[in-house]
Write a protein that binds this ligand. Structure first.
Ligand code: EPZ
Length: 420
């Protein structure tokens, strides 16, 4: 298994480039199943989850081949409607083929996603939305089996106890694009990745009003066509790189990063004392340590993203005072806390609230990545720590960060991929 060996306390300086968004790419690749024509998706990051989605499309009969930064989903029709357990269990976003297969093929069988390291992740909203469109859904032998003899538009309220859902909004919107009549989704997710998926559907010929708002009105069309579409930059990757620079006392420019997608994250860096400047070309952050403590609450967009909670906590671990972090989206998304504490952090958990008492410095240690963002946060902590750290199980990190070690190394980090 691969690990990162990281020698800490090297100041990150220079320029790097934002990758295309993982969480926009995955549902957009799934949406290609809505047409038999070829789609060319530009700026798709080359990472493990994207390769898993390419394999899944291949199993469903639609070859999805990489050509440089683009993925070409070849023309053709689905030859299978089943997303098998071994793929879904490695990537929950596989659930986003449910809506497109159901709408286009009239049937979908997707392995029911189980629990994962960041806690309970139900799919009731996906199923509620598709049932409202007329799907018959059965949970059998660990699979969600959805069937329809023609979907019909409906009014659907799509929020759960923790607010709107990104992939449920995508799934219902994709199915509604080919349903007969008008669908209104209330409490639609506002994340930039959902807006990207809407824009992609519109580029395929879908009729969607209210793009970027919490009410989406979708008038079904009888067919969608192929198109060429460019994925937005990955706001979480950009935020992670900025957090790494902040933690090491460095100064970096992330070319292509979009400040309009990172509003509250950039404001949080500023409140922590960092200097942040942005323009159409990208975002620059100059670190001023020690960071000031912050109170952070994760919320649906435009609130503070849960995916930035762990990376930001790496900065707060060494802040000059006590920070309070409240996780509202995934109340159990704190597996990194025990690992941070092994590096000398002082973080106490009280259910979904973390009290982060800043320490003078972190110490290098062997630690283990438990999920994608927790893993990235441990890398950031290791970059700032005194001495050498070994971050194990980095296959989690490889799921969502393309060439992370190369990017960090080009900014001055001492990081090496080793095979244990
Ligand atoms: C997306 O997951 C992202 N994944 C996640 O990224 C991200 O953490 C999450 O949105 C929140 O922003 C992709 O885009 C591929 P949700 P998703 O449904 O859509 C509850 C990463 O590290 N809920 O918006 O699955 C749920 O439990 C990851 O890249 C229901 O109650 O998340 C949570 O509390 C991991 N019922 C809240 O909604 C449902 O049917 C928001 O989750 C669905 C969700």
């Amino acid at each position: 298994m691969d690990a990162f060996s990281i020698e800490g306390q090297k100041i990150l300086r220079g320029e790097t480039e934002a990758a295309g968004s993982k969480n926009a790419s995955l549902p957009i690749l799934a949406a290609c199943l809505l047409t038999e024509e070829e789609c060319v998706i530009e700026n798709v990051p080359d990472l493990r989850d994207v390769r898993t989605m390419q394999r899944l499309l291949g199993i469903l009969g639609r070859a999805a081949e990489r050509d440089g930064r683009n993925i070409i989903v070849r023309a053709g029709s689905a030859t299978s409607v089943e997303a098998p357990y071994d793929l879904v269990s490695t990537m929950r976003a596989s659930i986003s083929v449910l809506g497109p297969l159901l709408a286009k093929e009239g049937e979908a069988k997707v392995s029911f996603p189980g629990g994962c390291a960041i806690g309970d992740r139900p799919i009731d909203l996906h199923l509620k939305g598709l049932e409202a469109l007329g799907a018959e859904i059965e949970i059998t032998h660990g699979y969600v089996h959805a069937r329809s003899r023609g979907l019909a538009g409906a009014n659907i309220y799509l929020a759960g106890p923790n607010g709107s859902s990104v992939l449920a909004t995508d799934n219902v919107m994709m199915a509604a694009a080919l349903a007969e009549g008008v669908t209104v989704i209330q409490a639609a997710a506002l994340e930039p990745e959902v807006v990207d998926a809407c824009n992609f559907l519109v580029a395929m010929g879908a009729r969607i009003e209210g793009v970027g708002t919490s009410t989406l009105t979708i008038t079904g069309v009888s067919r969608l066509h192929g198109c060429r579409y460019r994925i937005i930059p990955d706001r979480i990757e950009s935020g992670t790189l900025l957090a790494a620079a902040a933690c090491t006392g460095g100064e970096i420019f992330v070319r292509g990063a979009r400040a309009d997608h990172l509003g509250i994250v950039l404001e949080s860096f500023q409140k922590a004392g960092m200097q942040v400047q942005s323009d159409a070309e990208g975002i620059r952050l100059a670190s001023r340590l020690p960071a000031k403590p912050l109170d952070i609450e994760t919320l649906p967009y435009p609130g503070f993203p849960t995916d930035m909670q762990a990376p930001m906590m790496a900065l707060l671990a060494c802040a000059d005072g006590t920070s309070i972090v409240t996780e509202h989206i995934y109340p159990e998304r704190y597996i990194h806390v025990a690992e941070f504490n092994r590096m000398g952090a002082d973080i106490k958990l009280d259910e979904h609230i973390a009290r982060v008492r800043g320490v003078k410095k972190l110490e290098g240690a062997p630690v283990m990545a438990s999920d994608l963002r927790a893993g990235a946060a441990l890398v950031i902590a290791a970059l700032a720590a005194e001495g050498t750290s070994l971050v194990r199980r980095i296959y989690h990190i490889d799921r969502g960060y393309a060439r992370l070690e190369e990017k960090l190394e080009s900014l001055g980090a001492r990081i090496m991929r080793v095979t244990e």
